[in-house]
Design a protein around this ligand. Structure first.
Ligand SMILES: [Zn+2]
Ligand SMILES: [Zn+2]
Length: 359
């Protein structure tokens, strides 16, 4: 099946972290981190509904200004999600500009900030352009552990990593694909029609098994109607296939605790983006900077069982030598999976030094 979600690192493996996840069916996109996003372009930036920020180090958050710039004066509100202290960071950024004229704009632009607490609380605040982006607290609620938000189309899960500051890793879990078997419908003498939209909605929203669904249609005998339960239809005419899982983990100290948390979050992901900032030869430097080496990240990726893994957030000290990080990552991943890649296979690693990574 062709995927409904396109994932792409905006700046390749060496540039600021920003992973754009385009949800074609929802006509919108999500961002995991928002470093420099100039390469994304205005049209794509306007498609972004939610930005999930791992932590507010500048390389992960500096693109917020550009996001703000392209949305001012447009009816294009955005939601931001981030770790403890994040609302203060956003407020400080908004406080850096003079907003004496935007109150009179015809449209209101709203930044909604969701701050995730270490105990899985969610504190929400609103910053609206009509009130010069003054903070308006919208309350606090508790989250199911590890689950930031759930929509009919997807869930975003998170894990806290230690980066000498709390840092969030994310996993987008697409909802199951609901396939209707037309031959089975025909065998039951049922037509396609709007009633199937109702069925899809009921499944997506997790309606109880006994929820009634009415198939209505017209034929030469006039209006027809038959009633089924959701459970009957799921059994007889529906096939559910799992949606995609795309995990993103970056900026973590090399500890067993961090490794275990990434593994749990990315378990059986279709695609894992994971930082591989330094070579194992520079391990001491990686530890000082609270980052992972490519070898460490490769072992974590292998243990998670992720089907594909893309190393990124390479330190610019290796600029021009990205293939060394990619090779070390792949070798460690292959070794931890219990097999050695055939010689020559490493050149197929999809990493280019200064261009975009094809995800
Ligand atoms: Zn970073
Ligand atoms: Zn960082």
């Amino acid at each position: 099946m062709t995927s409904a979600i396109q994932a792409e690192l905006v700046n390749g493996p060496f540039g600021d972290p920003a992973l754009v996840l385009d949800l074609a069916f929802e006509r919108r996109a999500l961002l995991f981190d928002i470093g420099d996003v100039a390469a994304l372009g205005t049209r794509k930036l306007l498609r972004v509904s939610d930005v999930f920020v791992s932590h507010a180090h500048m390389d992960h958050f500096a693109g917020f200004d550009r996001m703000l710039r392209v949305r001012l004066g447009r009816d294009a509100s955005v939601a931001l999600w981030g770790p403890p202290g994040f609302t203060d960071r956003v407020e400080a950024k908004l406080g850096a500009y003079t907003w004496n004229v935007i109150g009179g704009y015809a449209t209101e632009f709203v930044v909604t900030v969701h701050e995730v607490g270490l105990g899985w609380s969610l504190r929400t605040a609103r910053f609206g352009s009509r009130s010069a982006f003054a903070r308006e607290p919208l309350g606090e609620r508790s989250l199911p552990a590890g689950e930031l938000c759930r929509t009919p189309g997807y869930t975003v899960r998170a894990a806290f990593l230690d980066h000498r500051t709390p840092c969030l890793a994310f996993c987008l879990v697409e909802a199951d694909h609901i396939n209707i078997w037309k031959p089975r419908l025909e065998a039951l003498g049922l037509p396609t029609g709007p009633w199937l939209t109702e069925l899809r909605r009921a499944i997506r929203e997790g309606a109880p098994a006994e929820t009634p669904i009415k198939a209505r249609w017209r034929d030469r005998d006039g209006a027809r109607e038959r009633e089924f339960t959701v459970a009957e239809l799921v059994r007889d005419v529906v096939e559910l296939t799992p949606g995609q899982r795309i995990a993103y983990a970056t900026d973590a100290t090399m500890t067993e605790e961090n490794a275990a948390r990434i593994v749990a979050l990315a378990r059986d992901a279709d695609l894992l983006f994971i930082e591989a900032a330094f070579l194992e030869a520079d391990r001491d430097h990686a530890l000082r900077k609270a980052h992972m080496t490519a070898a460490f990240a490769g072992r974590v990726a292998a243990t998670s069982g992720a089907r594909r893994a893309v190393p990124f957030h390479f330190s610019t000290r290796y600029l021009g030598g990205g293939h060394r990080l990619a090779a070390e990552f792949e070798a460690a991943r292959a070794a931890a999976m219990g097999w050695q890649p055939p010689s020559g296979a490493l050149s197929s690693v999809p990493i280019r030094d200064d261009n975009r990574t094809d995800a």
